[in-house]
Write a protein that binds this ligand. Structure first.
Ligand SMILES: COCC(O)(O)CCCCCNCCCN
Ligand SMILES: [Zn+2]
Length: 697
């Protein structure tokens, strides 16, 4: 299994810049790369990566995505005078040329291809290419939006050609629509292009009608192009023109807050849960390319978004469960040098396997994000079975021009200037990983290569009275059983190792998993955290829940659903769950993840009581995804010594990407209905469950 994170950077790519005055291009500066590189160095992250040499792309490689005439034209730019460069630039939009930009553009493509080679040959697991000029706007015969060659488009075509892969997922989280990628792959069913972008009903650059959600791809490529437009229209400045002249800094701040076009982490995560991840799992990609633009982070002069840099640690983590972890991230935009550097570090730290930081204060997606989510799911319902039963009574049909009042640019500029002065955000919390990743307590005889890389923990001897005291109720007869008592001692010592920050996560094989779960929850609440998420696969409810919110129980079972009003008890009853992998995944993506992010637990207990409920691979996927939470503090409890389950659980806790679920059939509709029913019940309490706007027809 490949391991290691590649980092590609060459300071040669800092040696071009804007040589004349052009307000549209002044933000694309060489310092974007130097601050990112320095931040990775200062955080000790570049030293943990595998440095790969950058190379120049060959003409043949560039011609994979660009025309000969365009290449010939760009080849002439190194010998051009300043005037000739300015004239040459005029034919394109929002881009500039420089005598050295052709050289750098070849290095940017070459770096991306080096990364694809290293990942596809298993030299590394994943990686990031820190490049400029960026790529996702450039087209077959046209430079655009600071881009000369389309790095990620060429990388996808190269991967298909040289590694014979047939399913590449491109995730473009840059705040601008990568129209160059859309045009390149809109008829290609082998490349699924997903982009979210500021759109504001076509008022935002590049102002294209085809950037809207109804561009789903063409011909054979129908369904393989997913546009998620952000339309939170800026309240029009004219209303505030009068105010602007008289308001002081304080009121300007208030005013700006009310003008937020900015999406936040709740919006981003909702799109992952309810749009991108369901399709991505169904598509079952062999490789993930990320057009990693960080102008979608807070503070960016282009994006004006509110999501703080740690969100990229989560977005990256959520993608790492796909394609066997084969993920190549290539830098696109990002113009606030502080948030860019922080976002790059968050991304690399997750690629290296460090636990994502806890994200508190998540709420529900904003109304306009919900509209976009619903519109995209409706537009793609016919192409993806994961949306089959989605509630998608289509909202305003695409292209309706909302009552757009022309922005008053002078006032908007004033606001923008003011806005940029105001934005500050907290440093991302540190993500220290304990020295040992996975502790295990196993019955003897369960030797296995994976388990040897775990740290064996010896249990703490416990008397029945000690346990009864901990469980706050009289000793139950089971405690007479020596094995049960010993397993509780095992759990106690694992939790203590986690509490001492010696160990990140743990695995225990136990004879009585319900008692073990109860004991684990109680101990975690007394010494580790005030919120425990218990994910329980099995039919008997393990713990009686107090409604105080200190435990959230998500129980996957196969028997009839129990009626409950509790917002902390979520019974998910799936029929034939071991064969209905798609149904299980639907439950995980549209219920479990939104709940867990909303709940923000300090500890996760993942309990496999009944190995027949889901297969080993689905369970491993779940264990991988659960490590998004609680700084990776997961305690997995397994009943019975199902060797395969134990091995895949340990591998996943060790950070091995779970193997892919393979092509998914349609989920059992009765399972989708059961999940939808729970989602509807809970979505007012837990906003990340929402997929549609309120009270629309
Ligand atoms: C792959 O390039 C990365 C990018 O998407 O960030 C490029 C954005 C070009 C934005 C052009 N309009 C600038 C208007 C000035 N306010
Ligand atoms: Zn951008």
């Amino acid at each position: 299994m490949a391991s290691g994170t590649a980092l590609l950077y060459d300071e040669e790519m800092t040696r071009y810049k804007l040589l004349w005055v052009d307000p549209a291009c002044k933000i694309e500066v060489p310092e974007r790369l130097t601050v990112s590189w320095e931040a990775l160095h200062n955080a000790g992250l570049s030293g943990r990566c595998i440095p790969l040499p950058v190379r120049q792309a060959t003409e043949e490689e560039i011609l994979l995505a660009h025309s000969q005439e365009y290449l010939e034209a760009v080849k002439k730019t190194p010998d051009m005078s300043l005037e000739e460069l300015m004239t040459f630039t005029q034919q394109y939009g929002d881009v500039y040329f420089h005598p050295n930009i052709y050289h750098c553009a070849k290095l940017a493509v070459g770096a991306s291809l080096q990364l694809v080679d290293a990942v596809m040959t298993g030299k590394v697991r994943n990686g990031l290419a820190l490049v400029r000029p960026p790529g996702h706007h450039s087209q077959r015969s046209e430079a655009s939006g600071f881009c000369v060659f389309n790095n990620v488009a060429i990388a996808a075509l190269y991967a298909k050609k040289h590694f014979k892969i047939q399913r590449v997922l491109i995730v473009d989280w840059d705040i601008h629509h990568g129209q160059g990628l859309q045009y390149c792959f809109e008829e290609d069913p082998q490349v699924l292009y997903f982009s979210w972008h500021r759109y504001e009903h076509q008022r935002f650059w590049p102002n294209l009608r085809e950037s809207d959600f109804d561009s789903v791809g063409k011909g054979m490529g129908a369904g393989f192009n997913i546009n998620l437009p952000w339309n939170k229209a800026r309240l029009m400045a004219p209303y505030f023109r009068g105010l602007l002249e008289h308001c002081d800094q304080k009121c300007l701040t208030w005013l700006l807050a009310s003008l937020q076009v900015g999406m936040d982490s709740s919006d981003y995560l909702s799109v992952f849960f309810h749009v991108l991840l369901p399709v991505a799992y169904e598509f079952n990609p062999e490789l993930i390319l990320v057009s990693a633009g960080f102008d979608s982070a807070v503070g960016d002069p282009e994006g004006h978004m509110c999501a703080t840099p740690e969100i990229f640690g989560h977005l990256t983590h959520l993608l790492m469960s796909l394609a066997g972890g084969r993920l190549c991230a290539v830098l696109e935009g990002g113009y606030n040098l502080t948030s860019l550097a922080q976002s790059v570090c968050q991304t690399v730290q997750t690629l290296l396997g460090d636990p994502p930081s806890r994200i508190s204060g998540l709420s529900s997606p904003c109304e306009s994000a919900l509209e976009s989510i619903q519109s995209v799911r409706a537009a793609h319902q016919q192409y993806w079975v994961c949306f089959k039963n989605a509630d998608v009574s289509l909202w305003p049909d695409p292209g309706t021009k909302c009552s757009r009042l022309e922005g008053d640019t002078q006032a908007e500029e004033a606001l923008k200037e003011g806005e940029m002065r105001e934005i500050v955000w907290p440093e991302p919390p540190s993500r220290l990983a304990p020295p040992i990743r996975t502790g295990v307590t196993l019955p003897a005889g369960l030797e296995d290569d994976v388990l040897t890389s775990c740290f064996r923990v010896t249990g703490i001897p416990l008397t029945p009275n000690q346990v009864a005291k901990e469980l706050w109720h009289p000793a139950v007869p089971e405690l007479k059983d020596e094995k049960v008592l010993q397993s509780l001692g095992d759990i106690l010592s694992l939790l203590k190792e986690i509490e001492k920050k010696e160990v990140r996560n743990g695995l225990a094989v136990v004879p009585n998993v319900s008692l073990a779960a109860t004991f684990g929850v109680q101990h975690a609440l007394t010494s580790l955290t005030d919120r425990v998420l218990l994910v329980f696969l099995g039919n008997e409810a393990p713990v009686e829940l107090q409604e105080d919110g200190r435990v959230m129980l998500i129980q996957l079972c196969s028997t009839e659903p129990v009626e409950t009003k509790s917002k902390f008890y979520v019974p998910i009853c799936l029929k034939k769950s071991s064969s209905d992998v798609a149904g299980f995944l639907h439950a995980v993506l549209s219920l479990l993840l939104p709940l867990a992010y909303g709940y923000d637990p300090g500890m996760i207990l993942a309990v496999m009581a009944d190995c027949s409920l889901v297969g080993a691979v689905a369970w491993a996927q779940l264990i991988g995804l659960l490590q998004s939470f609680a700084q990776g503090h997961t305690l997995a409890l397994i009943q019975g010594a199902e060797k395969e389950i134990i091995r895949v659980t340990a591998a996943s806790l060790l950070g091995e990407p779970a193997s892919t679920l393979g092509p998914l059939g349609p989920p059992l509709s009765e399972n989708v209905k059961a999940v939808e029913k729970e989602r509807q019940r809970l979505q007012t309490h837990w906003g990340l469950l929402q997929t549609t706007g309120e009270d629309h027809p």
